[in-house]
Each structure stands twice: as structure tokens, then as C-alpha cells.
Design a binder for this molecule. Structure first.
Ligand code: AMP
Ligand code: MG
Length: 514
């Protein structure tokens, strides 16, 4: 089978939502060369994975030979970037080429990133470079292996064309797979234009695609807002529990599906510190690790604002009481966010501590902070890590060794291990009281909840430099293989588990839109 025949497209967005996008062809790539194909993902998508390799696959994934049935479009969206509203962003260097149903029957977007200028490119060149696109592969696959909802990379092809940044870089196109590319910013685009008709169309499309059960809810729009808030609360809690810092949580980078999207300036935290920021453009620390829950809630409030015209019953837009009621309803949903986030965060922390899930309470509200010993224990643990600048990932991971009877690796992470002892005693006591189990069983549970391997910034940079500067994909491939088994104890992967030297982390900066 030729790759161009491998996709069975069914392009609902292009078909159902005229006026929501601009049709646009990918730029011709002079010399396509495949750098990466995700065979496991291709299989899950029901594609003939082997047919995607070779020169035909290279031409396909560089945007040179579009597969049959593809209908490339640049999607319109707006967005709050660092708090300021841009009414027109849109796919400036991306194209949705079509949708397919995967083996589970789930609809998936197949999209290019870096495939050239579109009507939404503004001053940009529409291009992407090899390094950042391979970075998106590494972080996305790491997130997936960690069990965190994410868009995923299907392929990266070098274009054979230079891309001009602060220096000349090899160009590349990433093929990205997503549950959809609907964003908070997609709703904002039509709300900003007072286009109630299209806003309604978008509501129907989003509900049909992501929450079909809500179509019959008494207030479907409110239910949609609620569902997005719930997905985001869970997502951000997962980010926090692995030390992930997105870096650019603009409303155009927050999905309706609840998948993590746009791995630009993101990075994983090393020593625990809620103020950690890596992005070179985030001068105020708006998107610092510890701010992420608050920012997610802020973004959801922007979604609520965009949905407001649909929350007021039709024909009642001038009725003050009706508008007030709609605002109150939406506000009530937004105000649930901190509790939902906390519930998800605490559930994750319980697993990370080796405790059983807390039995559900009728209203599913977490117990007051100082009433739940696991919460107090987790907070004290993080405070201890912060005070002694301990590596977040390894500290959690070495709890497994401590559970198995060897405290040495954990103690070695602390400058003053004596301060750890009282906490360890409390932890052991709580484990014994709440979740008694044999030591080996607890150690195994802890190893399944606390990853050993995350994308360490120095390893990511090393792999990208080899690929981008020297055309050597070896380090990238080896790092990717390690990231795909984050919970493994394989001694051969030890170099990927080690933190970066502190001097490197202190100087580490990530870049946006690169
Ligand atoms: P991001 O912060 O990467 O999600 O991008 C924000 C906006 O800038 C989106 O509308 C992108 O399409 C656009 N953009 C980023 N890089 C480029 C580029 N090189 N050329 C054109 N548009 C771009
Ligand atoms: Mg974006």
C-alpha cells in the first residue's frame, strides 16, 4: 500500500464548519527526509505503519505529497497571550490535513506543524526547525508514557530547507495527532466577533465531538464548560505531580479535549521549587510551575466569557436578570475548579505516597486540608524538598527504595538527611495505619506511581543538538526509548534518570515559537 492511500479521511471540521478556517496548501519541501515515524501510534490509528517509511513517507510527512482525501485547512482562533487578548491568531504555521477514526473509533485530527505560511501567519514564516519539532516528539511521548493526556507526534520530516532564526537551522514538519484542535481560543474568536450563529455551531460541534452525552443535558453549554473544567483540573493535577511546566498556557494553547498541546517552551522541574520558570519570554513568571492551577482557572473564566452569549436563553440577551443568572451559573462552575484540582492532585499524591485511594465522599469534596493526614504529609514532603532543593522526580522515586528497606538513595538526595527522618517516620506510620501491605508490594506500587525517567533538560538538549547540528539521530532515538519506559528500573537507562548539574538547570532557558 502506498502511504498516500493509508489514511481514510473523514473531515468533519472542514465539512461542517465553513467560515471557521482558510483552505491552504503546505509549502513545497525541496528535499524531504524522514527523521521519525511513530509506528506504535500509526498502528493505533489503523494506518499501515510500514507503508509510512521510506521516500514516499518522507514526501507525505514533509507536506510534499498529500495523502488522498486530505483537505488542508488553517483553523481560525483567538487567544489571551500572557494575559493580553489577540482577536486573531489562528494556525500561522500549522494545517489540519484531515481527520481519521482510530482503531477504537475515536476521531483524531492529523495536522502538520511547520508546513509554511497561511492566511494567519502575520509576520511569521510558517516554518519550524528540526530541533523544536523533535523536542515536541520527546516531550509528547514522555507525557503519553506517563499516562498524561496529550497530543502526539506521528512523524517528523526534514524539509531540506533552511529556517532563519537567531541562526540558520534545518527546517522540519511535525505531523501531530490530537483528539481535536478545538481550543478555548476557538470560542474566543467567534465571541470577539459577536458571531452568535457560529458560536452555536461551534458549541454543537464541540459537544458532538467531545461530550455527546451532554447534548441532552438541561443546559448543554454549562455542561460543556463543566466538562472542560473537570478535564483541565485533572490534567493540571497530573502535570503538577510529575513536575511538568507547560510554559505558555495562553488560552489558544488550552484544549477543549483536555489534552496537553503545544510543547514550545515547556520543561520538567528538577529541584522542587514552585517558582520555577524556564521560558525565556515569561519575565513575570506568569506560567511558573506553582501558578499553573490558577492560570488554568483564569483561562476557563475566559472560556466562560466566550460562551456567555449561549448561556443566556435565546432572545433574552437584553433581559438583565437572565444575563445575571447566566453569569452566576458560569461563575459557579469556574469556582469549582480549585476543589476539583485539589481532589485530583491529592488523589495523585496518595498514590505517590503508596496509600490507597481515599474513599469517595458524597459531594466528592476533599476533607479540610489540616484534617487529612495524607495531605499534610504531602505538603510537608514538598516543603522539605523545597528547603533542601531536592530533585522532585528522584525524591518521589526513592520512596520506593525506602519502602523496600533501603533509605540510602533517598537520604543521598538531601544535604541534611537528618531533617528527613521525622517525616519518614510519619510516612511509615500512616502507610501502616491506612494501607498495610507487604514491603515489596508497597515498593512496587510506589514504582508504578513515581516515574524514574522524565525528559531531563540536559538530555533533551544533547539529543536535539546532535540531531539538528550534526544530523545524528542516535541520541534522540535512545532518549526517546528511555522516555517510553518512565517507570522501568533498567540499569542501562541510568544516565537518563540523573538530574542535570545544577549550573545547567540554573541557566536553562526555553524558547517559544521556535
Ligand atoms: P504558539 O505560542 O506557538 O502556540 O503560537 C502562537 C501563535 O503564533 C499561533 O497563532 C501560531 O500559529 C503563531 N506562530 C508561531 N510561530 C510561527 C511562525 N514561525 N510563523 C507563523 N506563525 C507562527
Ligand atoms: Mg499554540
Amino acid at each position: 500500500m502506498t502511504p498516500t492511500a493509508a489514511f481514510r479521511f473523514d473531515n468533519s471540521y472542514a465539512r461542517e464548519l465553513p467560515g471557521f478556517y482558510a483552505a491552504c496548501r503546505p509549502a513545497p519541501a525541496p528535499e524531504p527526509r524522514l527523521l521519525f515515524v511513530n509506528h506504535a501510534l500509526a498502528q493505533a490509528l489503523g494506518l499501515d505503519a510500514d507503508a509510512l517509511d521510506g521516500p514516499a513517507g518522507a514526501a507525505l510527512f514533509a507536506g510534499k505529497a498529500l495523502p488522498e482525501g486530505a483537505q488542508p485547512i488553517a483553523q481560525a482562533y483567538a487567544g489571551h497571550q500572557f494575559g493580553g487578548f489577540s482577536p486573531q491568531l489562528g494556525d500561522g504555521r500549522a494545517l489540519l490535513i484531515g481527520e481519521i477514526l482510530d482503531r477504537q473509533g475515536q476521531r483524531r485530527d492529523i495536522a502538520f506543524k511547520g508546513s509554511g505560511r497561511t492566511p494567519y501567519s502575520r509576520g511569521g514564516d510558517g516554518k519550524a526547525a528540526v530541533g523544536p519539532m523533535l523536542r515536541e516528539v520527546l516531550i509528547g511521548e514522555a507525557m503519553h508514557a506517563l499516562g498524561i493526556p496529550t497530543t502526539r507526534a506521528l512523524a517528523v520530516a526534514a524539509t531540506g530547507e533552511p529556517v532563519y532564526r537567531d541562526r540558520v537551522l534545518p527546517g522540519a514538519v511535525l505531523t501531530r495527532v490530537a483528539a481535536s484542535h478545538l481550543r478555548v481560543g476557538t470560542f474566543q474568536y467567534f465571541a470577539a466577533r459577536d458571531d452568535a450563529a457560529r458560536l452555536r455551531q461551534l458549541r454543537d460541534y464541540a459537544i458532538a465531538r467531545h461530550d455527546p452525552a451532554l447534548a441532552d443535558a438541561p443546559q448543554p453549554v454549562l455542561a460543556l464548560l463543566d466538562a472542560v473544567a473537570q478535564r483541565q483540573a485533572r490534567l493540571i493535577a497530573q502535570w503538577m505531580n510529575v513536575g511538568f511546566i507547560h510554559g505558555v498556557m495562553n488560552t489558544d494553547n488550552m484544549t477543549i479535549s483536555g489534552e496537553t498541546i503545544d510543547y514550545g517552551p515547556c520543561a520538567f522541574m528538577e529541584a522542587f521549587d514552585p517558582d520555577t520558570v524556564f521560558s525565556s519570554i515569561d519575565h513575570q513568571g506568569r506560567y511558573a510551575y506553582g501558578n499553573q492551577p490558577r492560570i488554568a482557572q483564569w483561562n476557563l473564566a475566559r472560556l466562560a466569557e466566550a460562551l456567555l452569549p449561549l448561556l443566556v436563553p435565546e432572545g433574552r440577551a437584553e433581559d438583565e436578570a437572565a444575563v445575571e443568572r447566566a453569569v452566576a451559573d458560569a461563575t459557579a462552575v469556574i469556582e469549582t475548579f480549585p476543589t476539583r484540582f485539589d481532589t485530583a492532585l491529592r488523589a495523585g499524591q496518595r498514590a505517590k505516597l503508596g496509600l490507597h485511594a481515599r474513599p469517595a465522599t458524597p459531594d466528592d469534596a476533599p476533607p479540610a486540608k489540616n484534617e487529612d493526614p495524607a495531605t499534610v504529609l504531602a505538603d510537608d514532603w514538598l516543603a522539605l524538598l523545597q528547603r533542601q532543593q531536592v530533585d522532585h522526580t528522584l525524591a518521589w522515586r526513592h520512596l520506593a527504595d525506602a519502602a523496600a528497606g533501603d533509605e540510602t538513595p533517598l537520604r543521598a538526595l538531601f544535604a541534611d538527611p537528618a531533617a528527613l527522618q521525622p517525616w519518614l517516620a510519619r510516612w511509615r506510620a500512616l502507610c501502616a495505619a491506612e494501607a498495610p501491605m507487604p514491603a515489596t508490594e508497597r515498593a512496587a506500587a510506589l514504582r508504578a506511581a513515581n516515574p524514574r525517567i522524565i525528559p531531563r533538560n540536559h538530555r533533551v538538549e544533547e539529543a536535539l543538538a546532535a540531531a539538528s547540528d550534526h544530523g545524528d539521530l542516535g541520541p534522540f532515538e535512545r532518549l526517546l526509548a528511555a522516555l517510553q519506559q518512565p517507570f522501568a528500573d533498567d540499569p542501562a537507562l541510568a544516565r537518563y534518570a540523573e538530574p542535570a548539574p545544577r549550573e545547567i538547570t540554573e541557566r536553562y532557558r526555553t524558547f517559544c515559537g521556535t
